[in-house]
Design a protein. Structure first.
Length: 156
């Protein structure tokens, strides 16, 4: 005895649900792309506002304040090249954040951005509106977007 399986005909409701699913997936994909593009724009804006005065708009270390510093700012376009072709994401993140590095190595000329970003955020919100955990999450996102922008500056 052989069993036969017959596929039931597609109902109009099933066709509508499938079409709706396809539309939702397409919309969500567009939202993800828009979020990624927004993150890249934010990273670039953050670089211009926080880093370009020393590192220059192109990241080459030739910003308007570079000559007044004790040590020349790093050329941020060759981080990957100097690291054997690999962009050291965690290291770059830690250098920008600066909070761990300062505890280990003492003072540095570059601002401790993690602490500065957290102070800025707390100053912009009424007392108690942002928990320390949420503030830390927002600081991390800001540094990650900046780090991602630095990755985009790397020489090929």
């Amino acid at each position: 005895m052989q069993l036969e399986y017959k596929v039931p005909p597609a109902s109009p409701m099933r066709a509508i649900l499938i079409a709706l699913f396809i539309v939702v997936v397409a919309v969500l994909s567009c939202v993800d792309i828009a979020k990624a593009q927004m993150g890249a724009v934010f990273g670039k804006d953050e670089f211009i506002n926080s880093c370009a005065s020393c590192h220059g708009v192109t990241g080459k270390g030739n910003g308007p304040l570079a000559k007044s510093l004790t040590h020349a700012p790093a050329d941020l376009t060759v981080i990957q090249k100097k690291n054997g072709g690999v962009f050291p994401l965690a290291f770059v993140y830690d250098v920008i954040d600066g909070r761990i590095q300062v505890m280990v190595h003492g003072s540095r000329e570059m601002p401790v951005w993690g602490e500065r970003y957290k102070r800025e955020l707390k100053a912009l919100t009424p007392r108690g509106e942002v928990s320390d955990d949420l503030a830390e999450l927002m600081v991390r996102a800001r540094i990650l977007m900046l780090t991602e922008y630095l990755y985009s500056l790397q020489e090929k």
